[in-house]
Design a protein around this ligand. Structure first.
Ligand code: XMP
Length: 494
């Protein structure tokens, strides 16, 4: 009976156990499309999501990801209010319309107008009376008269004929209107009442990010994590504008969590992604809660010790493919979370059914990850730690404790916690967009070799060859000392 447990055990495989077969191909990497569905209602332009970890994703990382077409999940090792603030920072930064508009009254003096513009470092002010835009005044209007008549009224020199736009004006239309009328600022009005302002500079800057992930209002997409039973947080994140809420939990295949997910879904408008799981049965059971996306990975992460401490887990390629087999039938996206080291790993994850990958270590250590650069032996590093590490569970608001089902009564004591993650540093890597550029380039190269034009095509066409450890040794550079580090093949080890 016991020996059968071992004799009948299936094999579990991960990234280094396979390569993909090169195939006849007329696909040029530059033509590959990387758009992907990441939850029931959201598509993004690159299949990359940043981990909800306190050394990976706060607003700065989420903005960097959204600008390039990916998505950041704001971690939850902070108070609800702090997490709401991070969401708002992302939404504000991707919002072309400045909503906290600084205005002036027509009766104010020219000197006052000048002072406000100096203080706020802006070059123009809408003139507003009881919420209604009655004019606009700029530095150019003020300059010729500020010395001769500083106490003159704003209404005497303002431009009365204000060109305005509405909330539904697209950035392209706004740009045309601004050019035609030779204006730099366009107040956004709703029934004459000012609700925001668009500036030419912001519209033009938007053109720098043609691939960005945006919501229906043109703001950046952002996701945020909540605990498996933290409805209060989920509802607050939803109200704050999170597009996707991710239930963040080390083992989501639990009836209590699945039942609670239904309650969460009933109380939020955002899509609900749930994880982590690693088996087809878990996928079946979670999909019964009609969640909008599944997250796969028990223990593959670079900082994870779950498989060692608990002896439990499924090698990541087997886990992804097992969950994807079920999820595809329900047409629900799968996110492969953890264990990705190279762009080739991303391509393999996509080929076995993932719709996107979640990255921790590859994005930790970038300029946009939370935390300061530390210098050790003359080299730059940033902190990276597991959310189940002692540091994460006892720092912040201790999000790791419920992620790993640990109840802490009274003051948190290290000795009372059983960590499932480690703390360390990773080399400082510069801006996240450079990492993303290399990853996407590598994915496109992979698709080119396999003859796949997009992710769906890759899932159909990619064929695998099982390799041995000597096959993998042969795959890495060998028999030389690398003298020039390649941007997509780091050799700086600690
Ligand atoms: P990578 O390999 O990208 O993995 O660094 C990041 C993912 O690892 C998960 N995670 C943990 N897993 N103990 C674990 O067993 C931990 O302390 C821990 N912290 C994060 C998480 O899914 C993340 O996205």
């Amino acid at each position: 009976m016991f020996s059968e447990k071992l004799n009948n055990a299936p094999m579990g495989y991960t990234f280094d156990d396979f390569l993909m077969l090169p195939s006849v191909s007329s696909v040029e990497p530059k033509d590959v499309k990387t758009t992907t569905q990441i939850s029931r209602n959201y598509r993004i332009n690159i299949p990359i999501i940043s981990s909800a970890m306190d050394t990976v994703t706060e607003a700065e990382m989420a903005i960097a990801l959204a600008q390039e077409g990916g998505l950041g999940i704001i971690h939850r090792n902070m108070t609800i209010n702090e997490q709401i603030n991070e969401i708002k920072k992302v939404k504000r930064s991707g919002d072309l319309t400045i909503r906290d508009v600084i205005t002036i009254s027509p009766d104010a003096s020219i000197k006052e107008a000048q002072e406000i513009m100096d203080e706020e470092e802006i070059s123009g002010l809408p003139v507003v009376e009881e919420g209604i835009v009655v004019g606009i005044i700029s530095r150019r209007d003020v300059k010729p008269i500020i010395n001769s008549d500083p106490q003159g009224k704003v209404s005497d020199i303002m431009t009365e004929d204000v060109v305005t736009v509405s909330e539904s004006t697209t950035p392209e239309e706004a740009l045309d209107i601004a050019y035609e009328n030779k204006v730099e600022r366009l107040p956004v009005v709703d029934d004459g009442v000012i609700v925001g302002i668009l500036t030419m500079r912001d519209i033009l800057e938007r053109k720098n990010f043609p691939n960005a992930s945006r919501d229906g209002k043109g703001r950046f997409l952002v996701a945020a994590a909540t605990g498996p039973f933290d409805l209060e947080r989920a509802m607050a994140l939803d109200d704050a504008g999170a597009d996707i809420i991710a239930i963040d939990c080390a083992h989501a295949h639990k009836p209590s969590i699945i039942n609670f997910a239904k309650t969460m879904k009933d109380n939020i408008d955002a899509d609900l992604i749930m994880g982590n799981i690693a088996t087809s049965q878990a996928a079946e059971d979670l999909l019964a809660a009609e969640v909008d996306g599944l997250k796969v990975g028990i223990g593959p992460g670079s900082i994870c010790t779950t498989r060692i401490i608990a002896g439990v887990g499924v090698p990541q390629l087997t886990a992804i493919s097992s969950v994807a087999d079920v999820a595809k039938e329900y047409e629900i996206p799968v996110i492969a979370d953890g264990g990705i080291r190279y762009s080739g790993d991303v391509a393999k994850a996509l080929a076995v059914g993932a719709d996107a990958v979640m990255l921790g270590s590859l994005l930790a250590g970038t300029h946009e990850s939370p935390g300061d650069i530390v210098i050790m032996n003359g080299r730059k590093f940033k902190q990276y730690r597991g959310m189940g590490s002692l540091g994460a569970m006892t720092g912040g608001v201790g999000a790791g404790t419920d992620r790993y089902f640990q109840e802490v009564k009274g003051p948190m004591k290290h000795a009372k916690l059983v960590p499932e993650g480690v703390e360390g540093v990773v080399p400082y890597k510069g801006p996240a967009n450079e990492i993303l550029f290399q990853l996407i380039g590598g994915i496109k190269a992979s698709f080119g070799y396999c003859g796949a034009i997009d992710i769906k095509d890759m899932q159909k066409k990619a064929k695998f060859v099982r390799i041995t450890s000597s096959g993998m040794t042969e795959s890495h550079p060998h028999d030389l000392t690398i003298t020039n580090e390649s941007p997509n093949y780091p050799t700086t080890r600690l």
